[in-house]
Design a protein around this ligand. Structure first.
Ligand code: AMP
Ligand code: MG
Length: 327
């Protein structure tokens, strides 16, 4: 586990090109939260209490939705099949169910039981039997939302998993907090969910590198962005090999197996991290053709895909400057 985290920290450090001479210097503090390495980079000299508040926000999100916290709303729901939430978590359910409907069920928070059976990246990762997989209930229409009481119920044999949107939800909370204390420059990286505030200097956007799925210690593209979220989903994040076959963590609700997408790395750029996070996973699951069509519904969000033949495609509205590296 420790080795894994060091490796991850190393690879995350490749994600940014920090400022050059004369430009504002950022200073990073890093902690493990939401099951990943979270790095907060703020202008040098920022009070320590601001970093502390950022990590407190991440810890509060974990407390709300993490499956590894026994008393989170999600853990209670998965155990008792009923829970009363707060307004924000209830709204996350509403959002996720709308997205499930919009994506023909590809994005599906009711896949929790299937996610647990595979346990990809966990201590018990394995190929589950078809009997086990078929026993799992994954029909999101069976999630009952009682808005008046903010309560959620699910049938037995169903579990909820917010892994595909939790870091995005946290990213938006960090952005709102950092803006509320008038920080106008920051780079936040929650295990590949990147959020940049402001720009590097006047007329100079930040440069963000995306990890190369074929060699995660390298970047394959550098993108110029300012004041936006950049979120990537890919097969390289969590996976295992068995008999030469790669099993990764984004599971197709139609097969209950890792998605056989023609996308290797799916990046969404736009204002809200929650939307970027959930759409990057959705696009990965839809595959290139359907994903490009789907993204037409989101005119304020742009997509950048690295395909399995190593070609790059972008959505029609993609207008960020970028540079590709030959690794
Ligand atoms: P991400 O890394 O944001 O693309 O999300 C992947 C995570 O979402 C996985 O590790 C699972 O926890 C969860 N997940 C897997 N398959 C699905 C799916 N079809 N719909 C929604 N969440 C999923
Ligand atoms: Mg996601």
């Amino acid at each position: 586990m420790f080795k894994k985290i060091i490796l991850l920290a190393l690879s995350l450090s490749l994600v940014f090109f920090s400022s050059c001479k004369g430009e504002i210097q950022l200073e990073a503090q890093t902690q493990i939260a939401l099951g990943t390495v979270c790095s907060i980079k703020l202008p040098k000299g920022t009070k320590n209490s601001v970093y502390e508040e950022c990590f407190k926000i991440l810890s509060n999100v974990e407390q709300e939705i993490s499956r590894t916290r026994e008393d989170s709303y999600i853990s209670v729901l998965n155990r008792d099949k009923k829970v009363q939430t707060n307004t924000e978590v209830f709204q996350l359910f509403e959002y996720a169910i709308d997205l499930a409907k919009e994506s023909e069920g590809k994005f599906n928070i009711a896949m929790g039981k299937v996610v647990s059976l595979w346990d990809i990246g966990g201590s018990n990762q394995r190929i589950p039997s078809s009997l086990e997989l078929n026993e799992a209930k994954i029909d999101y229409n069976e999630i009952i939302l009682d808005k008046a009481n903010l309560s959620i119920s699910i049938p037995s044999n169903m579990e909820i998993d917010f892994g595909a949107l939790g870091k995005g939800y946290a990213g938006d909370k960090l952005r709102d907090y950092l803006k509320s204390v008038e920080l106008d420059k920051a780079i936040v990286n929650l295990g590949g969910n990147v959020l940049v505030i402001g720009n590097k200097s006047e007329n100079q956007p930040w440069t963000i590198g995306l990890q190369d799925p074929n060699d995660i210690e390298k970047i394959f593209v550098a993108l110029k962005v300012e004041d936006l979220s950049i979120v990537t989903s890919g097969t390289y994040e969590r996976f295992f090999y068995q008999e030469g076959i790669k099993y990764h963590h984004i599971l197709d609700p139609n097969t209950l197996y890792p998605s056989e997408s023609d996308i290797l790395s799916s990046t969404i750029i736009g204002k809200d991290s929650l939307i970027c996070d959930s759409l990057s996973t959705t696009c990965f699951l839809l595959g290139r053709e359907k994903a490009l069509e789907f993204m037409k519904n989101y005119e304020d969000y742009s997509a950048f895909f690295l395909l399995s033949d190593n070609s790059i495609v972008t959505s029609d509205n993609f207008n960020y400057e970028y540079r590709v590296f030959e690794n």
